[in-house]
Design a protein around this ligand. Sequence first.
Ligand SMILES: [Zn+2]
Length: 578
Amino acid sequence: MDLKRVVLSLICCAMLSLAFLSCTSNQSSKPQTADLMLRNGAIYTMDAARSWASTIAISGGAVVYVGADSGAEKWIDPQTRVIDLQGKMVLPGFHDSHVHPVSGGLELSQCNLNGSISAAEVFQKIREYAAANPDKKWIVGGGWDLPIFPNANPHKKQLDELVPDRPAYLVAADGHSAWVNSRALEIAGITKDTPDLAEGRIERDPKTGEPSGTLRELATDLVSKHLPELIAEDYLQGARRGLELANRFGITSLQEASATDKILEAYAELDRRGELTARVVAAMYVDPAKGEAQVDSLITKRRRHQSKHLRANAVKIFADGVIESQTAALLEPYLDKPGDRGIANLEPGYFNTLVTRLDREGFQVHVHAIGDRGIRYALDAFEHAQKVNGKRDSRHLMAHLELIDPQDISRFRQLGVIANFQSLWAYADEYIVKLTEPKLGPQRSRWLYPIASVAKTGALLVGGSDWSVSSMNPLDAMQVAFTRQRLEGGNGKAWIPEELVDLQTMLTAYTIAGAYANFQEDKIGSLEVGKAADLIVLDRNIFECGTQDVHRATVLLTLLEGKEVFRHESFKDALTAE
Ligand SMILES: [Zn+2]
């Protein structure tokens, strides 16, 4: 090192220590002030005591004050932006613990059938999309609801009429079935002689054995592998759209429920550009066929994606399918299909070995489990991992949990497995009435979405939307959890009322428990001094608005680390008023 450099570094050191000294003396003489202060609000902090406050002050992205209006003046200086909330509600930003923002965002630019209430509406949308996109080589999209079609089984003939000139591939809203036309079957080489896969089914004409146009689970890959490849820019756009929607619903933190390499790369690119507007923990997709051979590459990807807002610390395993299309793994057969207990994607011994290895490597394992057998196999795998590896702070998650055998309910708590419910599904809609209860009978149906039973054991509950499978709005899911009725026009009768939980439980699931599930409860999940200012403003206090109106509450403002990531147009004036 030459003399000039030594002198320079000495000067730098001196300046740094001066700056440090002036900073500390400054702190003792004049308190730090806030960049933003929200006053006169109904602030539900979600701290351990579940305290309420009326003012919150933010500086440098962190909460510096939360409490009464009267104690807050010292945080104001001429630069502080002060907003009078006029009684509006403030909550920590929501956590969606099971969501697919990128693939859902991609769907928004494809043939989007989400929200269609009849076959006629589905047909109309397909017709319009095909006409509006004459240059597309394939018609690709999805979002059709299973109960719209008899036996959840749409026919290729209908799709041939709607799209006669090109192949078409349309995924069901739940992502576990695809409806294809004859052209698509032809390209994939699927004929009546094509055998079913162990983890999938080709629906067929019962008389001729000809494929009828609906594919279940991994059988969908036979066609999807021929789809025109999406490029990185498509994924980036999808991620942007998905995250924009998340912020609109007050979501500031999430667990991406099935990250492929391309999805992971889209998040990473947004992160590099400073455009990642939610904290993402990515659960990387585990291919059941590749087993332990893929673990090294998962470890490499985990190492590569460790930033403040993106961490690829989790892995995703699909234990089974869904009940409606009879691919969920059940302990007893489906009533209308004697001897058929559905499809377990991983047999117990293999499941145990794989989970134990992933647990040992320090991954958080996020399992899709719907049928009581799929759920049992997953719990057994976690128990096995604990026996072999010892009890770790692993925070494994099981999502969906549609049908839990009563014997297994206490095991979530015992094993420290987080119960990740999609409570929006827990009411008697057509999926339940037409496609689920008839296949299970009343006795087993009692144990559909047993949210309260699991909560009562002391297990940790988190919530997720599974968007684009269903609405991403956390308030929709919360309302169904404490009403177990449809959001609009319920008949006042809860479906399986024993399993009702309260708003408090659901708020916990969507805030501090969600933060815990992402290993961030010391930084976010509640509004406390020193924590990041991830928060939302709602137009009303959801404790006071009536249980049927909670889903009508609107998010007016969403902050991630004090930075605005969404603002409702009606809130504009309020922000600039003072
Ligand atoms: Zn999912």
